[in-house]
Write a protein that binds this ligand. Structure first.
Ligand SMILES: [Fe+2]
Ligand SMILES: [Fe+2]
Length: 365
């Protein structure tokens, strides 16, 4: 039998296996670049390569050791738990939203893979390249597994094509830390919240992929731990003016998630999840986790925060509507409203707290 991407030990191997499956398939949705869709990033790899982990070794070594032990090798492939999915009879709106969810998740996983793989390729710092190779391995498996699910619906993302053709956005290394750390931790919070909800309410598990979310989110948790330690290695990243950048990224990441999830009402109804409840759950968990390294959290209980989220979501809905109808003036006014709502969210006073001396956490949800 041919080898599966779940058993691959490097990102390159996993991608080569996946690529033989999807030659020539369309990947239009994954190619889209808007403020809300997952992007591909590039950065100053030399600066990343210069990180010295020697003074955080007591936390670094156990994390790398656990990742090297590879607890999820072989996990990300279909087995007897993979129930048959009746794609043909799935309610059309649910099918559309679910496929959109899978494609955007696959693109996000793959975006991590591309960035981590590139860092491993360009770097010469043994510690850093080893970490990035391990993370690229995990993300390649995740993206490959989502693609396995998509293929059953007759679509798949051509990962090789994406690598070459999708636009890359340059981010300074510190922005990569904030954005990637947050996306790993919020990814963990999202996956574990859905997994626990479906454990309690199995009648809402309309697709087998959700059964894989527990081990999956543990990988994301470990990646988040790695970025927390990288930031700890350079304390100025979480001090002074950079605290404003942290607030900016927290606000942008939370707001994007809120808007995206509210674009998929049928998907959340099928899961039996209220998107407002889900957002609050995920923000609460993510905020608790980020206290390990960030000196502030957003005040998600503030009434202005809740109003701001509702405004930015409505403005985006109106913007999409105006775009689809070609209404230029309405596009302009809804863009301005979205910008104002973002400022409203950003200016909610944040909560300050002291950061613990030991950074590392265990997944506890
Ligand atoms: Fe992942
Ligand atoms: Fe990850």
């Amino acid at each position: 039998m041919n080898k599966h991407s779940a058993d691959a030990t490097t990102a390159e191997e996993a991608l080569a296996i996946q690529e033989t499956l999807d030659s020539g398939m369309a990947t239009e949705v994954a190619m889209k670049n808007t403020l809300l869709t997952p992007r591909f990033y590039t950065t100053d790899f030399d600066e990343l390569d210069a990180i010295d982990v020697s003074h955080i070794r007591s936390e670094w070594d156990p994390l790398i050791e656990r990742m090297l032990s590879d607890p999820n090798k072989g996990h990300f492939k279909k087995n007897d738990d993979w129930d048959q999915v009746d794609w043909d009879n799935m309610e059309p709106q649910l099918k559309k939203e679910f496929i959109d969810f899978l494609i955007s998740s696959c693109t996000a996983e793959f975006s991590g893979c591309v960035l981590y793989k590139e860092m491993k390729r360009r770097g010469s710092n043994k510690e850093i390249t080893q970490l990035f190779q391990l993370m690229a391995r995990d993300e390649a498996r995740h993206a490959g597994f989502i693609n396995d699910a998509l293929r059953e619906a007759g679509v798949a993302v051509n990962l090789g094509f994406l690598t070459q053709k999708k636009k890359y956005t340059y981010f300074r290394p510190k922005f990569i830390y904030y954005a990637t750390y947050l996306s790993e931790k919020i990814g963990y919070a999202r996956y574990i919240t859905i997994f626990r909800h479906l454990q309690e309410n199995p009648q809402h598990r309309f697709h087998p992929i959700f059964k894989w979310f527990e081990e999956w989110c543990n990988d994301e948790f470990a990646h988040g731990e790695a970025f927390a330690l990288l930031m700890k290695a350079d304390p100025k990243l979480t001090k002074g003016i950079n605290v404003w950048w942290i607030k900016f990224f927290l606000t942008a990441v939370y707001a994007t998630m809120y808007i995206r999830d509210h674009q998929r009402p049928a998907f959340h109804a099928a899961l039996g999840v209220d998107p407002d409840w889900y957002a609050h759950e995920v923000f609460t968990k993510t905020s608790k986790l980020t206290k390990q390294i960030f000196p502030i959290t957003l005040d998600i209980e503030n009434p202005r925060w809740k109003r701001g989220l509702a405004s930015i979501q409505k403005a985006n809905e109106d913007l999409a509507d105006a775009k689809s109808k070609g209404k230029k003036f309405a596009q302009l006014t809804s863009s301005i409203r979205a910008g104002m709502a973002f400022i409203m969210l950003f200016t909610v006073p944040s909560k300050k707290h002291s950061v613990p001396s030991v950074t590392s956490l265990e997944p506890a949800y």
